[in-house]
Design a binder for this molecule. Structure first.
Ligand code: ATP
Ligand code: MG
Ligand code: MG
Ligand code: MG
Length: 564
């Protein structure tokens, strides 16, 4: 590709809301452009990186016998009614009607549709196991799309689904896919951990997340210093949460006159003893005849799906909401003080405007948003997510100690069991001719999130640093001064020779200044830039290594060996 002809609109300016390196450099480097909140265009460079990642995924999936399919993005709502998920998924689900008034949704994930495709087509145990996957656009109307490709509303996911006739076979496949996912991340040059996860609203047990280690990650994970053990904090806390304590009456009464000024005091109040102990405290409220869950969202509570699983009709994550946002949903900025001075407001309802006397609170250090009408609380039903995992705790698998770190969830694998096949009556005939529901697994990987994750782990202050596996182009041949005929001739020759030998190569044949072109090359992050400049007088070029930022002189015929 000739840089003079390429559509790579690099820029000095980052989007005003960009905080993460990946968001900044992918925008500035001309990889992506934003249309609206959480909606991005992939320009040629991003498309090339995506393709590379997708190819690695395809290769590893084919190796383990998974077959590629493609399901329609627009999903008939009827399928989600069959599974019951249409109620549970909440506002992330974008619903719409066609001209005949039939209800559809944009697939945020494809369990139902996959089960529907397989049911009545795979009818015998002889045709099992089966693993089908796709790489496809997903849509989730995220409450707060942010960080560029990291949390989009429209994004690309590799989603796979497996069908089995026994738990043993599902377990075998689960391990196979876990191993394949690890290979993918290793090939992408990512530092990651596989952690015990939360199965969220998808249901089922046996769930692991693949977490790319990065300070910018939204999840907190506990990892062992000695062995491979890792766990999402929520999951780690759950495993030690076998006995959810019933709140004593006295505790409940105390609640009516709290004077809680900080998270520490709140922990003290709930008799739980570290920051991580408080993710979310939920209370049960009987309102008229229906049961609702009352939520106190604390900063750092990212566990909405779980909250929803506790039969709240809908929950809204307000942990990081701005004052404006809270006002827009009818919440008043509260203060710390007697709760009865605060107006009862709502947070849980399928239609917030129609919500009744609901109760919520979003707390962060020394600053609460609360609206509580205590008269409607009947009983404290849950202490939720009372973690007992602290930094320095012993590892459950070895003698090592646990430490906390931040991770980006790039993959998530679940043992679904028969949740969906039962709900959708998807059955096969076993060896005795008896109808049985499929035993299923589901395996997700965030392809577009991976693009951002690679940059999170591989960048410096000047831009992206791609590896051979991920680079949009491996080599950038930079003609220092295009008016110099000899430089141009050698540059062109290198360009075509590299191209002929299958190297993905760009030639920077623009008439801009050398310094400008170099900055551009650093921002984009080509692994190698071959500078054809003054050294040509000695028959030499310079090879700039983006990772080490070192320039080394090389004879022209050495270039191949150095950049391959
Ligand atoms: P998160 O906890 O980040 O919201 P999730 O648990 O809701 O993710 P899953 O339902 O497990 O996501 O989907 C599988 C994978 O899809 C995730 O592991 C992640 O890599 C990716 N993914 C999910 N939501 C998004 C998004 N909004 N933008 C980009 N990738 C996403
Ligand atoms: Mg999510
Ligand atoms: Mg998650
Ligand atoms: Mg997940």
């Amino acid at each position: 590709m000739r840089r003079s002809k390429a559509f790579i609109p690099t820029s000095k300016e980052a989007p005003s809301d960009a905080q993460l390196a990946s968001h900044i450099f992918l925008s500035r480097g001309g990889f992506i452009s934003q249309n609206a909140s959480g909606l991005y265009n992939y320009m040629p460079l991003a498309k090339r990186v995506m393709k590379k990642i997708e190819n690695i995924i395809h290769e590893e999936m084919h190796k383990v016998g998974a077959q590629e399919v493609e399901l329609s993005f627009v999903t008939p709502a009827a399928l989600w009614e069959e599974s019951g998920r249409i109620e549970k998924f909440g506002k992330e689900l974008l619903r719409f009607k066609d001209r005949k008034e039939n209800l559809f949704l944009l697939g945020p994930t494809h369990e139902e549709m996959m089960v529907d495709m397989v049911r009545n087509r795979v009818t015998s145990y002889k045709n099992l196991p089966l693993n089908l996957y796709q790489i496809k656009t997903k849509f989730r109307d995220e409450a707060r799309p942010r960080f560029g490709l990291m949390r989009g509303r429209e994004f690309t996911m590799k989603d796979g689904y497996s069908f089995h006739s026994s738990d043993e076979d599902l377990n075998r496949e689960f391990e196979t896919i876990e191993a394949a996912y690890k290979k993918i991340l290793t090939r992408l040059g990512l530092d990651y951990r596989v952690v015990e996860a939360d199965s969220g609203a998808i249901g089922g047990s046996g769930s692991k997340e693949l977490m790319v280690i990065a300070d910018s990650g939204e999840d907190t994970i506990a990892i062992c210093s000695e062995c491979e053990y890792g766990a999402n904090i929520e999951a780690a806390s759950r495993s030690s949460r076998t006995n959810i304590p019933e709140a004593p009456e006295a505790e409940f009464n105390k609640f009516q006159t709290p004077n809680i000024k900080s998270i520490d005091e709140l922990s003290e109040f709930f008799k739980i003893d570290s920051y991580y102990t408080i993710k979310c405290v939920a209370k049960k409220l009987i309102y008229e005849d229906s049961e609702e869950i009352v939520l106190f969202f604390l900063r750092g509570c990212d566990n909405l799906q779980e909250v929803k699983a506790l039969n709240a009709t809908e929950a809204l994550d307000i942990t990081d909401a701005s004052e404006e946002e809270l006002k827009s949903i009818g919440l008043t900025p509260g203060f710390i003080g007697p709760l009865d001075q605060l107006k009862a407001k709502h947070v849980i309802d399928s239609d917030l405007k129609a919500a009744k006397n609901m109760i919520c609170g979003a707390n962060e250090l020394d600053y609460h948003f609360v609206g509580v009408d205590l008269s409607v609380i009947d009983e404290v039903a849950y202490y939720f997510d009372i973690a007992e995992v602290n930094e320095g705790d012993g590892c459950p698998c070895c003698d090592g100690k646990l430490s906390f770190t931040k991770g980006i969830e790039v993959g998530h694998i679940f043992k679904l069991g028969t949740t969906y096949s039962k709900a959708l009556k998807a059955e096969y005939l076993d060896e005795n001719g008896k109808a049985q529901p499929f035993i299923m697994g589901t395996y997700g990987m965030g392809v577009s999130r991976l693009v951002a994750s690679v940059v999170e782990q591989h960048h410096d202050e000047n831009g992206c640093i791609w590896s051979k596996a991920t680079a949009p182009y491996m080599v950038n041949v930079m003609v220092s001064n295009i008016k110099d005929e000899e430089q141009m001739r050698v540059g062109e020759e290198l360009y075509s020779k590299l191209q002929e030998s299958g190297v993905e190569v760009m030639i920077d044949d623009r008439k801009d200044r050398f310094g400008f072109k170099m900055k551009d090359a650093e921002l984009i992050g080509f692994p190698y830039t071959v500078i054809v400049g003054k050294e040509l007088a000695n028959g030499q070029v310079q090879i700039y290594d983006r990772k080490t930022t070192e320039k080394t002189a090389a004879n022209i015929d050495e270039v191949f060996a150095k950049v391959m």
